[in-house]
Design a protein. Sequence first.
Length: 158
Amino acid sequence: MMSSWPEQGDATVIMSNLTRSAFAASATLAALVLATGSRAAPMSLPLDTETSADGVPVACTGIGQTRLDAKWQAWPVRVELANARSEYLVDGAIVVRDRHGHQVLAVTCDAPWILMRLPPGAYTVEGRLLNSAAKPRSASFSPPKSGQLRVVLQFPDA
């Protein structure tokens, strides 16, 4: 009489195949995430407010009289978005990566300045304009020991 249940040896093969399939699916998903650099959507920063994104102190400002507030000069890194005529642009997004290519933060800002307090090290920032066909721009930088570093991402095609 034939049994409808697999023999013990068959169960081991079935379990082994399921384990291999699950491992392969997990490995494929991990490779996809690493290849695309996928992370959560960029955090939208509130205007003229100090906050934190991905554990990094940040602020979004640079519009009107609030840009003259002395507290903004105390931030070590200021990323600015501008066009070819050095006019400020708003509605941008940046991604900052460390020297190993790991994403440190990703934010959007409705003002031309994105201020950051990053630990010492070498970084790359890539900026893009939302709702624009302008090509992304990038720059490498290291936070200064004192003073403020201006990193201007200029979009000549904006």
